[in-house]
Design a protein around this ligand. Structure first.
Ligand code: SF4
Length: 120
């Protein structure tokens, strides 16, 4: 066990609604208004993380243990790429929803949905 196996405590994210750091599923089809709100929430989370003195610890912890949400100023998709580039093993499974399919948060492997065939 090293220091990055323990989650940071406190931080300026405390007290804000959870959905700002953990947005609802990235469904392929959401309304323009929902998309706008999600982008705004994500930017708010990133901006707040920038001012956090635990940012690096938070990022390192999440790369090892947290597939979902924004941590250390990086979204779950950004951290999945970072995890793969740095060869960091994720201790939990996480299937991230992306437009058109899903991404394995540990391996970065993208799986695209098969197009639905219409019954004729
Ligand atoms: S870096 Fe962001 S998510 Fe992590 S403790 Fe700080 S404000 Fe919260």
């Amino acid at each position: 066990m090293d220091k990055y196996d323990l989650a940071p405590v406190g931080g300026p994210c405390c007290g804000h609604p959870t959905e700002i750091w953990f947005p609802p599923s990235r469904r392929g089809h959401i309304s323009a208004e929902e998309r706008k709100q999600r982008v705004a929430n994500e930017q708010f989370a990133k901006d707040t993380c920038l001012s956090c003195d635990q940012r690096m610890h938070c990022l390192e912890y999440s790369l090892r243990h947290e597939p979902f949400g924004t941590w250390g100023g990086y979204t779950e998709i950004e951290r999945a790429h970072m995890r793969v580039n740095r060869g960091i093993n994720l201790t939990r499974e996480g299937k991230l929803t992306i437009p058109g399919g899903s991404m394995n948060a540990a391996t970065g492997t993208v799986t695209l949905k098969r197009p639905q065939r219409s019954a004729e």
